[in-house]
Design a protein around this ligand. Structure first.
Ligand code: AMP
Ligand code: DBH
Length: 568
């Protein structure tokens, strides 16, 4: 098989040639691709288990304890799936929206697409009509892969609706026994010919999603070269090797469990991935014991749940033993120092904080950092060539210790969102630094501490909500004149969403109830985590000096409302 001719991928901002050369010369980009990576692992590890899937998607014939695919089997399945997809007209450069739960099929499909050079678009199981319709429309997706029914939601119906509205969508594949009017994923694999050319390492391998801060989610093009470098770096810093067993408890498509070091990092290292169908301790703990899990990653609210459950279970007869667990990664949102200190004594493993973003840059505390550093910072970048700038509002560089805007550029950080010239003008500096929207401070050792956020986003325990997106949905309600969505403090999730609403004059005599507005937003077919947690009606918004809505004042107002009244 030859390396393919370049395929035009309009809308992609490549790394400038001098940077690409530098990253290759430094040995970061080694010309690897995901397709070849799996082939090489299958040659090296053959019968070793790559993926354990304890879930029920596999039907009644599933062996006890679920399915176990060796590297050789995953490799073979990816080939057969690739051939089947090709036969059904999915080709190089095509976009395929993949919305699968934590099941083995996710990897079969994704590696098949990597081999073809088709691009997975990594949707989350929580996404609904609004998001999926947008992904399919904006990317001109050729196919959409879903489970049948998961957590009571029928994805086949969603697929039918999205398909009827998107002429580009030629194929809907259903991972389940009853595909409805669509095609059963299990009927796709074939022994036909594979792709006649391999994707190139510098090609875009997939589109990841941005948590975003604007009305429209942005798509993040990641190349084989750059992403595999971030895997290699992560694997080294998290000490993942052939003996590692990674529990994927968060949704597999999210960048954190995918790559930090995540499932793909673990497969890169020749280790074993155990898929956890639900992230709660009642499901995860028994799996940790049974499968000898050594490493996993959690967002802070889940880490708190695990800590509490482990504390309750300690010493109880029959409580699952977590002795095999060596490293717990926590990231996605700020992990409080207080909770961080509990990890080692309660779970008996190392804590590794991770501060990352789907756009690229990932920071880890090092396993040999002093305890104080591990509990109080969000780590150091993966690469010596991750350029970090902390700047003030005017863009002037700040010294260590000062809090400012984090800008970054490096060997695995994108140079632009896909097909978004206007956003790119705001999100990147002229010389290619990504404006993360995070407010950070550097310690004397260079460790980053996340101090806050400048971007207009609510971080709901790791699930990101773009204020503008929800405001737009509220504005579509006939009674709503204006809306401003802000974060409110929450002991469990860190932040929740509060929507401030100004009603139209004509709606004031019979104002809608808060619940009605929430229902309205949910009814627009939005991921559940984006529905406002609280709605407050006001006559007008507080204004800043130049007359913009002062979200700072709104945040202060809701925080004051929620604060318990002083007792003295
Ligand atoms: P996303 O753009 O959805 O990939 O989310 C990335 C964002 O999550 C970062 O820019 C931060 O705002 C936030 N984030 C990720 N990890 C951490 C962490 N360990 N501490 C604080 N914020 C984090
Ligand atoms: O929140 C994130 O997006 C995130 C957190 C930790 C991430 O993308 C990552 C690690 O790679």
């Amino acid at each position: 098989m030859s390396s393919a001719q370049p395929v035009e991928f309009p809308g992609f901002t490549p790394y400038p040639a001098e940077f690409a050369e530098r990253y290759r010369a430094a040995g970061y980009w080694r010309g690897e691709t995901f397709g070849r990576m799996l082939r090489e692992r299958a040659a090296a590890h053959g019968e070793r288990i790559a993926i354990v899937d304890p879930s029920g998607l596999s039907g009644p014939s599933a062996p006890e304890g679920g399915r176990r695919w060796s590297y050789a089997e995953l490799d073979r399945r990816a080939d057969r799936m690739a051939a089947g997809l090709l036969a059904r007209g999915i080709g190089r450069g095509d976009r395929v929206v993949v919305q699968l739960p934590n099941t083995a099929e996710f990897f079969e499909v994704v590696f098949a697409l990597f081999r073809i050079g088709a691009l997975p678009v990594f949707a989350l199981p929580a996404h609904r009509y609004t998001e999926i319709g947008y992904f399919c429309g904006f990317t001109g997706a050729a196919a959409y892969v879903v489970p049948a029914v998961e957590n009571g939601f029928d994805y086949r119906e969603l697929a039918s609706r999205v398909r009827s509205e998107n002429p580009s969508l030629r194929l809907v594949l259903v991972a389940g026994e009853d595909p409805g009017e669509h095609v059963r994923l299990a009927d796709v694999p074939s022994d036909g010919p594979g792709p006649d050319a391999e994707p190139r390492p510098e090609d875009v391998a997939f589109l990841q999603l941005s948590g975003g801060s604007t009305g429209v989610p942005k798509l993040i093009p990641r190349t084989h070269d750059d992403y595999i470098y971030s895997l290699r770096g992560s694997v080294e810093l998290c000490a993942v090797d052939e003996d590692s067993v990674y529990l994927c408890a968060l949704p597999a498509a999210h960048n954190f469990p995918l790559s930090s070091p995540g499932t793909l990092g673990t497969l890169y290292a020749g280790g074993r991935v155990v898929l956890c169908p639900q992230p709660g301790p009642e499901t995860a703990f028994p799996l940790i014991e049974r499968e000898g899990v050594t490493i996993t990653g959690l967002v802070p609210p889940l880490a708190l749940l695990w800590l509490d459950a482990a504390e309750r279970g300690r010493g109880l007869a029959g409580a699952p033993r977590l002795d095999s667990l060596e490293v717990l990664l926590v990231g996605g949102a700020k992990f409080s120092e207080e909770a961080a200190r509990r990890v080692r004594p309660v779970l008996g493993c190392m804590l590794q904080q991770v501060f990352g973003m789907a756009e690229g840059l990932v920071n880890y505390t090092r396993l040999d950092d002093p305890e104080e550093v591990i509990v109080s910072t969000q780590g150091l970048p993966i690469s010596p060539d991750d350029e970090i700038r902390v700047v003030d509002d005017q863009g002037a560089d700040l010294p260590a210790g000062a809090t400012g805007h984090l800008l970054t550029r490096g060997p695995y950080t994108i140079r632009g969102y896909w097909n978004a010239p206007e956003h790119n003008a705001n999100s990147f500096t002229g010389d290619g630094f990504y404006r993360t929207g995070d407010l950070v401070r550097r310690t004397a050792t260079g460790h980053l501490v996340v101090e806050g956020r400048a971007k207009d986003q609510i971080n709901r325990g790791g699930e990101k909500v773009a204020a503008e997106e929800i405001e737009n949905h509220l504005l579509a309600h006939p009674a709503v004149h204006d809306a401003a969505v802000v974060s409110m403090p929450d002991p469990y999730l860190g932040e929740r969403t509060c929507a401030y609403v100004v009603l139209r004059a004509e709606a004031r005599p019979t104002p809608p109830k808060a619940i009605e507005l929430k229902r309205f937003v949910r009814g627009r077919g939005l991921a559940d985590f984006k529905v406002p947690d609280r709605v407050e009606f006001v006559e007008a918004f507080p204004a800043t000096g130049i007359g913009k809505v002062s979200k700072k004042d709104l945040r202060a107002a809701i925080a004051a409302t929620l604060r318990p009244a002083p007792t003295s």
